[in-house]
Design a protein around this ligand. Structure first.
Ligand SMILES: Nc1ncnc2c1ncn2[C@@H]1O[C@H](COP(=O)(O)OP(=O)(O)OP(=O)(O)O)[C@@H](O)[C@H]1O
Ligand SMILES: [Mg+2]
Length: 270
């Protein structure tokens, strides 16, 4: 299986003398959906920014398909096949959906029709509402525009920073389904998520980031049931949660979302 994206002992930070990443190594193979979880301030967003040339890398490196891309700027990286959806401000609100998607393709405008059809196939509502301004869309819809824009360049790897943050439980579910669907179309994905449990449910493999280091790794399933990961980051066993979901559905019809509402209110309190 070929390696698409690899960070090797990445050291990076914003302020002189203060490193946020302290030797962070992750690997994404072709077709992987990689989850990155960990506490607030662990350096998850910084990892994606360091890969995407937005934070100074002070040690280690980043490789894309075996090529050293450490420190290249975002526009070069987009040209090489790295797509990024940042945590905030990821659409141009005054532009229409269609114009936002065009912005994603500024390096290859002739590909527009073909790529637009691909993105509209994944997100039919974007195709139908192409003339609507992105600023008038809901949070979940904006997230789709942002992902659609990153997909316009047909990236070999897509970096997603907390795609479900701030969304209602229903929209969160939808976002995770869309991410899994994009991945099924062959796009390798590295997804940072605050909603660790949901992330691990769809991730092939995941990393726990702690204080700027890859502290644990395993398959999504292994991590959901790993006592260390549970104790530190999840709180309960996956099987307990499944049991709880079953009993609560029996007790109160439609109460399955209680877990999600809790985690959503946590997200919103950030
Ligand atoms: N632009 C910046 N300048 C200086 N320090 C920063 C900057 N951005 C982030 N940091 C610091 O880097 C550390 C890691 O931040 P980062 O945003 O990577 O965390 P995170 O794991 O994404 O957290 P969250 O779950 O809250 O999104 C934090 O201590 C933060 O204060
Ligand atoms: Mg973050």
């Amino acid at each position: 299986m070929s390696v698409v994206l690899e960070t090797k002992d990445l050291v990076a930070g914003y302020l002189p003398g203060v490193n946020i990443l302290n030797g962070c190594s992750i690997v994404a193979n072709q077709g992987d959906l990689i989850g990155i979880i960990g506490p607030n301030g662990a350096g998850k967003s910084t990892l994606l920014k360091a890969i995407f040339g937005q934070v100074n890398v002070r040690g280690g490196g980043v490789e894309l398909n075996g090529e050293d891309i450490t420190g290249l700027k975002a526009d070069r990286l987009v040209g090489k096949g790295v797509g990024m959806v940042p945590q905030n401000n990821n659409v141009f609100p005054s532009l229409t959906i269609e114009e936002n998607l065009e912005m994603g393709l500024f390096q290859q405008p002739r590909m527009f029709k073909e790529r637009f059809e691909f993105v509209a196939g994944l997100f039919p509502e974007l195709g139908k509402r192409r003339k609507q301004r992105a600023g008038s869309l809901s949070g979940g819809e904006r997230q789709m525009v942002a992902m659609g824009r990153a997909l316009m360049m047909d990236p070999s790897v897509l970096l997603l920073d907390e795609p479900s943050a701030g969304l209602s439980p229903v929209r969160q579910d939808e976002t995770f389904l869309r991410v899994a669907e994009i991945n099924k179309h062959g796009v390798t994905i590295v997804m940072v998520e605050q909603n660790a449990r949901r992330c691990l449910q769809i991730a092939h493999r995941a990393y726990v980031l702690d204080q700027g280091r890859d502290a644990y790794t395993g398959t999504g399933r292994e991590m959901l049931n790993d006592p260390k990961v549970i104790e530190l980051y999840l709180g309960t066993l996956a099987t307990d949660v499944e049991e709880k979901a079953k009993t609560s559905t029996n007790a109160v019809v439609g109460d399955e979302s209680s877990d999600a509402s809790e985690s959503e209110s946590k997200d919103e309190s950030k």
